[in-house]
Design a binder for this molecule. Structure first.
Ligand code: G6P
Length: 600
């Protein structure tokens, strides 16, 4: 989705802003632009990648103030004219915007004496600001008055000719300030300026920020307020490729480290307990009737995995809802329902909307997210961070593993407090979690075998992923990963369901990838494997008991109880990666997809 970078400081803004745009590319976009200047502004913008924009940029400029944007089209196709920044007629005000202005048509009508040059909802904003400046308002008051007329969600950064400041305002879309020796930064997420600083301020909805040569001032309800500066604990190189061809491959390989961070300091294996620093009172959990997990995409499949664990280990009815379909049913008791939003970014519009629905109904809400300061953390009663570190590849990998591990910790916490989980059983789950980083490393060490398998099967007609219970979640996620980045047809099924329809598609040219590990009922899945083998389909199986195989390819999985299917997922990630790579796909930025989908 769209990305924002803004800079005012001592360095040349052009290079800072273009580097910021490159860092934002991972979010998914289809055009890009920058606005630079002091007494006069110049806008450069272009459909296509940042590289295309770079062709029309000057080599250097003397400007030390600039804004930039990567656009993911919503209103109007990806053309040069629709790319941001947008300006007023005189080119005095330039604006970049994330989000959607819902009342832009009415505003355009109101501004009908002005000439518009794009089809975007955004373009009303510079015109509104210019109108307020024409009416005699100060730049800050003009930005505020313009924003007051907007309905919808937005993060906006404004530069005005002849005014040595940047102005920013947010409502519903994230905007983060970075503080560094060489100046002040604005970003839609911290990766925009992570090369420069880890000192950040998160703006709240409604905040108006003014950045000038003295730094940052934030106005809330018209009053100047003190804002906190927080220190990120992300390593400076965390958002770089570090020698890998693709972020996705790097992030797959970072999973052992990410998982160690996820569980660090949270396990008390001896007593079978976990520490998560959240407020879920025992009496509340004892009376709990249902947990609802709401999520999208990969986070949804992490939730499918966790739902099985909640039901089997914490003895609580657990439903998983695609966030965009979520409704709070009137036959549920909100006081006895815990709604957990699972979202890597913490910014997914569908998930935010679902959690608002739950909160309105009176349910207690919890977020499981990777992103400090993200919108979801402000909307829920409590948050558990998955601590996976920044994930740049659009296809989620390490965050899936860390989400499942975090949710498993929550399962143990809930199960123990409800008295449903014995300390022995809890200890065995925690042992599995503790063994996870090492087990994942063993799979990563076998990457060559996965590459060979990918070479053998890359040109197949389609791919089917099957598994039961926890293996079903991993099959759904495995198929999603493969289709996202290879553009091949891939589907995941509960293994027993294959014979009720999808089997018609199975041929000698449709490999079937089967989860045959503990936690995935291998004894029940093996007959389904034999069914597809009888139709000549090659079978690639992840197995913990290699004797049970007779498969075309056998991937061994170490003994790890309920975490074995999660370990299997690493094979599926590597398989998807190598199939896509052999086909030369755009792995980190698959066509049509965005890392963080901030529209419903
Ligand atoms: C987008 C991404 C997916 C991701 C989903 C949910 O569709 O392309 O990779 O799983 O959003 O994102 P979230 O940040 O809420 O986990």
């Amino acid at each position: 989705m769209c990305g924002i970078i803004g800079y005012l400081g001592d360095d040349e803004a052009l290079s800072v802003v273009t580097a910021g745009l490159a860092n934002l590319e991972y979010r998914g976009y289809d055009s890009a632009g920058v606005a630079l200047g002091d007494t006069e502004l110049t806008v450069y913008k272009r459909a296509g990648e940042v590289d295309a924009l770079t062709e029309i940029l000057p080599e250097s400029t003397s400007h030390t103030r600039g804004i930039g944007h990567t656009r993911w089209s919503t209103h109007g196709p990806p053309t040069d004219a629709n790319a941001h920044p947008h300006t007023d007629e005189a080119g005095r005000v330039a604006v970049v915007h994330n989000g959607i202005i819902e009342n832009y048509e009415q505003l355009r009508e109101r501004l009908s004496d002005r000439t518009f040059t794009s089809e975007t909802d955004t373009e009303v904003i510079p015109h509104l600001i210019a109108a307020e400046l024409d009416a005699g308002k100060s730049p800050k008051e003009a930005v505020k008055a313009a924003a007051a007329q907007l309905e919808g969600s937005y993060a906006i950064v404004v530069t005005i000719a002849g005014v040595d400041s940047l102005f920013a305002i947010r409502e519903g879309s994230p905007l983060i300030i970075g503080h560094a020796e060489n100046g002040t930064f604005l970003g839609s997420d911290v990766t925009a300026f992570l090369d420069h600083t880890q000192q950040v301020t998160y703006l709240a909805d409604g905040d108006l920020a003014v950045i000038d040569r003295d730094g940052l001032s934030v106005y809330r309800n018209g009053e100047l307020v003190d804002v906190a500066v927080e220190e990120l604990d992300w390593e400076a190189d965390a958002a770089e490729k570090g020698g890998y061809d693709h972020y996705m491959r790097k992030e797959i390989h970072e999973q052992p480290r990410a998982l160690r961070q996820t569980i660090s300091g949270r396990l008390d294996t001896d007593r079978g307990r976990v520490a998560l620093d959240i407020d879920l009172p025992t009496e509340y959990l004892e009376s709990l009737e249902e947990i609802q997990l709401v999520a999208c995409g990969t986070s949804y499949y992490a939730s499918v995995y966790a739902a099985d664990l909640f039901e089997s280990l914490a003895d609580v009815r657990t439903t998983v809802e695609v966030a965009s379909e979520y409704e709070f049913s009137t036959n549920r008791d909100p006081w006895r329902t815990l709604v957990v939003a699972v979202t890597q970014s913490g910014e997914t519009a569908d998930t935010l909307s679902a959690i608002r629905t739950a909160a309105r109904a009176g349910a207690r809400t919890l977020a499981v997210t990777n992103t400090l300061g993200s919108t979801i953390t402000r909307e829920v009663d409590d948050t558990v961070f998955i601590r996976a570190g920044p994930e740049i590849g659009v296809a989620a990998t390490k965050t899936f593993a860390s989400q499942v591990a975090t949710l498993a910790l929550l399962v143990v916490l809930v199960g123990r407090k409800r008295g449903a989980l014995s300390s022995e059983r809890a200890t065995s789950v925690l042992d599995s979690l503790r063994g996870l980083p090492g087990a994942v490393q063993q799979i990563l060490d076998r990457e060559d075998t996965v590459l060979e398998t990918a070479e053998t099967y890359a040109d197949s007609d389609a791919f089917f992923f099957i598994g039961r219970r926890l293996g079903r979640a991993v099959s759904l996620e495995g198929a999603l990963k493969l289709k996202e980045i290879s553009y091949d047809h891939a589907e995941g099924f509960p293994a027993g369901e294959l014979k009720h329809g999808p089997l018609a598609l199975v041929t000698e040219n449709t490999p079937v990838l089967a989860v045959l590990t503990d936690g995935a009922r291998p004894e029940a899945t093996l007959p389904n494997v034999r069914e597809v083998q009888a139709r000549d389909a090659p079978v690639i199986g992840a197995v913990s008991d290699t004797e049970a195989s007779a498969l075309d390819v056998t991937f061994p999985v170490p003994d790890l109880g309920v975490m074995e299917p999660l370990v299997t997922n690493v094979y599926w990630q590597l398989f998807a990666y190598h199939v896509a790579n052999l086909k030369g796909r755009s792995i980190d930025k698959p066509r049509n997809l965005a890392k963080s989908v901030t529209v419903e």
